[in-house]
Design a protein around this ligand. Sequence first.
Ligand SMILES: [Zn+2]
Length: 543
Amino acid sequence: MNLLKDPWLPFSNQNGEIVYRPVSAIALPEVIDLALPRADFQGAAYQFLIALLQTTYAPGNIDEWIDRYQSLPTREALDQAFEGFTASFELDGNGPLFMQDRNSLDKESPTLSSSLLIDAPGASTVKSNTDHFVKAGRAESFCPDCAAIALFTLQINAPAGGKGYRTGLRGGGPLTTLVLPTDPGASLWQKLWLNILDREHWQYPEPDPNSFELFPWMGPTRVSDKGQKTLESDVHALHPYWSMPRRFRLMFEEGGSNCDLCGRESGRVCRTIKARNYGNNYDGPWTHPLTPYRRDPKKPAEPALSIKGQPGGIGYRHWESLVLMDTEGSGNLPARVVLDYARKVDESRHDSISLSRQARLWVFGYDMDNMKPRAWYGTQLPLLAAPQADQDRLLDWVRDLVGLSRDIAWQLRKQVKEAWFSRPSDVKGDTDFIDKRFWELTEDEFYSLLFLLGERIQEGNVKRIPPDLAARWYKHVRQQAVTVFDQLALSGPPEALDMKRITSARNKFLYQLKNGKTAKNFRKQAGLEDATLEQEPGETANP
Ligand SMILES: [Zn+2]
C-alpha cells in the first residue's frame, strides 16, 4: 500500500458522509474533516497531512501562503507535488518501508500488533486489569490503513518503552497544538493550511525524498546500543515531523477478516509486528513546530522541555503558556505554528483578504504516567492572535486575570475543606473537583474578556489593564467563587453539617476575597476604586 496514492484515510464531507480517499482529497472543497476511528489517530492523521504539506508543498513566502489559503489547489497540483515522494511512502514490500526499520528484523520473534497502541495493555496491565482503553484481546487484526496510522501515532508520541525502546523526539506524551479556523464547517484544507509555515520565514534545504536525514526509514537506523545520540545537527530541519524512535516491521498476512479498530473487512491484515530496541536516540535541544515548550529562565543552557498532557486537563489558566511567548518570566515557548499565526495575521492586514485575529486552538495529547497512559486529552480553546507588538502587554493583563482566579481557587478549596472537616489539614483524597468547578464556571467570562482586551490593546498604548474590564472580572470570579462555596459547603446530609463551622469558614473566605494580598494587588494594579465595587459577593446572602 502506498500512503500517497491509495485511499487509506477516512475523510468526512459537509453532508456527514465518510469516504476513504487518497491524501489528495484534502484539495476537495466539500471535505471538511478527517474521521479516524480513534482520537489519537485523528490527531496523528492531522499531523501526517501537515507534515506532508510542509515537506512537499510549502509556500515560498507569506503571499503564496495567503493565495493558497484562499483558493484550494487542484488534486492534480497536489499529486504533482507528491510525485517525487511516493517511493518513500510504501507500507509493505521489498524497498524502504514507511516508519519501519530498514533491517527486516528477521531474528526477532513476532509480537502482537496491538502493542503499537499506546494504550494497549502490556503484560502487567492485563493482570492488574487497569486496561481501561483497550480491552485485552479485543484489538488483534489491523487493516493496513489502521496499521499505518497506528504506527505513525506511536512513532510521534512514543513514551518510554523499556530498555533501549526510545522515547519520541518531543518526549513521551507531548501536547500538540494546532491552529483551526473558528468555523468548524471550514474546509479541511484551511484547517491544515493554517499550520503550514512559509519558507521565507523558515529557511531549510530542499527536502530530498531519498534522504534518511529527512525520512529516517530511507536508510540504516542510527543504532543507539551504546547510547549514541541523534542530534538536531545530524538531520534535516523537517525531520521532527517524521521522527522514528522505535524500530518496527509490520507483518501482513492474506486472509479476510474484520479490522478490530475500524470494523471494515480487509483482505490483508496485520496481526503481528517485529520490534527491536536501540533505535534513534533523540537528544539535545529539539523543538517541534506543533508542540509548546517551556525553558527554565534560570537555566538558559538547558534545553526547553515539551509541555505534556496533565491530570485535570487544559483550561484557561494554561492559555498564556500555549499562546504567548515569555522567555524571561515563565519561559513559555508556544508552538511555532501558533506564534506564526499572529505574524500571518499581522502581515495579511495589507492584503485584500485579511485573516481573523480570532481562531481556535486544538490541544491534544496523552496524559502519561511514565510508560502508562492515564488518559487521552483533547480540547479546543479560543485563540486570540494579538498583534505581535502588543503581546507582552496582553500577557501582563492575562496574568492579572488568571493570577486573581488562581488565588481565589486556592482559597476556595481551603475554606470548603474547613467548612467540611474539623481537621481539614488531615484530609486525604482528591479535592481537585472543588477548584475544577470554579475554573469551569469562570471560563466563558475569561474568553469574553480576553477578546475585549484584544480590541482595547489596539486602541492605544495604555500599560494598565482597562479598569472597567478588570472590575467586571473581579466581580465575576468572586461571585462565582462564593456560589461554589455555598453549593459545596452546604452539600451533604443536613445532620452532618456543622453550621457554626460553615459560617466561620465562609466569613474567612469572604474576608480573604476582599482583603487578601492578591485581591488588594489586583485592585491596585487595575486602579480600581473601592467605590466601583460596592456590592461585595455574598454580603446579602446568608448561608
Ligand atoms: Zn482498520
